[in-house]
Design a protein. Structure first.
Length: 117
């Protein structure tokens, strides 16, 4: 009886962990680091996630052959990074935020389910 209860508890924990994932099914880890360059092999969605915080930084729909480029110095990224790493009440004034030393970005790609004919 106690083994059965233990098994059910373990199953609930596993299912709860799967249900709380903020990533869509079918995601593929395709890049990582502080500078990422990726070319989509097919239509789909690129999802950039900061590993330590688990926060999604950006998403972008990509057609086959289109690029996704990211680096903290890339134009347009400073404001997004500021919202991730600046103190809660800070106001963005064009300044680059101080990133923690363990900052690491992961790029996931989710292929579209529809195929071109």
């Amino acid at each position: 009886m106690s083994i059965r209860l233990l098994g059910i508890t373990a199953l609930c924990i596993v299912l709860a962990g799967c249900a709380t994932s903020d990533m869509p099914r079918g995601e593929l880890l395709v890049g990582g680091g502080l500078k990422i360059e990726y070319t989509a092999p097919c239509d789909g969605t690129a999802i950039l996630k900061e590993r330590a915080s688990g926060k999604i930084v950006a998403t972008k729909s990509l057609e086959e052959g289109r690029d996704f480029d990211f680096s903290p110095n890339h134009e347009g990224c400073s404001e997004v990074l500021f919202s991730l790493f600046a103190p809660t009440n800070a106001v963005y004034e064009g300044n680059f935020p101080q990133m923690p030393t363990n900052t690491f970005f992961e790029l996931y790609f989710v292929p579209s389910k529809t195929k071109k004919e």
